[in-house]
Design a binder for this molecule. Structure first.
Ligand code: CO8
Length: 258
C-alpha cells in the first residue's frame, strides 16, 4: 500500500495521483520512491495501457519538498536529485503513454514531472513555473534540459531566470501543454485522450514513444537509423497485419498487443 500516492487501475487506465495535499503534493524521497514503485507496476501490468498522472487537491505538484531539502547537505541533495532523475527517466522509458492531468500548481519538480510525461492537459486553474532561483538553487529534476526542449532555449531561460508563474493559457501558447480544459473537464478529457490512444496498436504506440524520446537528442542520421530499426520492429508485429488487413477489408482493426 502506498502512503504518499494513490494508484488504481480502471478500464485499462492506471490512475497515479500524488497524494500529499496538505503539502501541495511536494515531492520528497518517499513520494519519489512510491512513484517509481507504481511505475514498475505500470510497466509490468499488461492490463494497463495508459496512465493518467495528477495531484490531489489544489496542486498538481508544488515542487520538491523544501522542508526536506533544507535539511540536506550537498551529498544528500545530490542523492535526491539522482532519485528524481531516475523517476523522470523511467517514466520516459516505459512504452505506454503517460498523460499529465495538471489540475493546479505545477512548480519546480512538479513542472518537471509533468514534462517527463508524454502529453500534458491542463485545467484552466493550472499554474506553471520553475521558481528554484528564489530558493538559491536551479531546477534539478530535469528542468534545465526538458524545458528548453519543449519551449525553446529563450523561453526556458526567461521562465527559469525570472521564476515567473504562468497560467494554463500561456503554458499552452508556449508549447508547455497540449490542451487547456475547464477544471471539471480535466479527467474526462484525459480519459477520452487515453481511450483514443488505447484504440491504436499498443506496440506501435510504445515504439513511437521511445523512438521519439531516444532519437530526440541524436543527430538526424543517427535518429533516422533508430527509426528504421524501430519501424522494422512494428512491421514484425501481428498487429501490423491486423491493422493493414482490417483497412483493406474496410473493418475495424482488433489489436492484440502482439
Ligand atoms: N515543499 C514543501 N512544502 C510545501 C511546498 C514545497 N514545495 N509547497 C507548498 N508547501 C506547503 C506549505 O509550506 C504549506 O504548509 P503549511 O500549511 O504547513 O504551512 C502548505 O504546503 C500550503 O502552502 P501555502 O500556504 O504556501 O499555499 P498557497 O496557496 O498560499 O501557495 C504555492 C501555494 C504558490 C504553491 C506556494 O506554496 C509555493 O510557492 N510553494 C513553493 C513552490 C516552490 O518553490 N517550488 C519549487 C521547489 S524547488 C524544486 O522543486 C527543485 C526540484 C529539484 C529538487 C532538488 C532536490 C535536492
Amino acid at each position: 500500500m502506498y502512503e504518499t500516492i494513490k494508484y488504481e487501475v480502471s478500464g485499462n487506465i492506471g490512475y497515479l495521483t500524488i497524494n500529499r495535499p496538505k503539502a501541495m503534493n511536494a515531492l520528497n524521497g518517499e513520494v519519489l520512491d512510491e512513484i517509481y514503485a507504481a511505475c514498475t507496476e505500470i510497466a509490468n501490468d499488461e492490463n494497463v495501457k495508459a496512465v493518467i498522472l495528477t495531484g490531489e487537491g489544489k496542486a498538481f505538484v508544488a515542487g520538491a519538498d523544501i522542508a526536506q531539502m533544507n535539511q540536506l547537505d550537498a551529498i544528500e541533495g545530490r542523492a535526491l536529485i539522482a532519485k528524481g532523475h531516475k523517476v523522470m527517466n523511467y517514466i520516459e522509458s516505459i512504452e505506454k503513454p503517460f498523460i499529465a492531468a495538471v489540475n493546479g500548481f505545477a512548480l519546480g519538480g512538479g513542472c518537471e514531472l509533468a514534462m517527463a510525461c508524454d502529453i500534458r492537459i491542463a485545467s484552466e486553474k493550472a499554474k506553471f513555473g520553475q521558481p528554484e532561483v528564489n530558493l538559491g538553487i536551479i531546477p534539478g529534476f530535469g528542468g534545465t534540459q526538458r524545458l528548453p526542449r519543449l519551449v525553446g532555449k529563450g523561453m526556458a531561460k526567461y521562465l527559469i531566470m525570472t521564476a515567473e508563474m504562468i497560467g494554463a493559457e500561456e503554458a499552452h501558447r508556449i508549447g508547455l501543454v497540449e490542451k487547456v480544459v475547464a477544471p471539471e473537464e480535466l479527467i474526462p478529457a484525459c480519459e477520452k485522450l487515453a481511450q483514443t490512444i488505447m484504440s491504436k496498436a499498443p506496440i506501435a504506440i510504445g515504439v513511437a514513444k521511445t523512438t521519439i524520446n531516444n532519437g530526440y537528442d541524436l543527430d538526424i542520421r543517427a535518429a533516422s537509423a533508430l527509426e528504421i530499426e524501430a519501424f522494422a520492429s512494428t512491421f514484425a508485429s501481428q498487429d501490423k497485419t491486423a491493422g493493414m488487413t482490417a483497412f483493406l477489408e474496410k473493418k475495424e482493426a482488433e489489436f492484440k498487443n502482439k
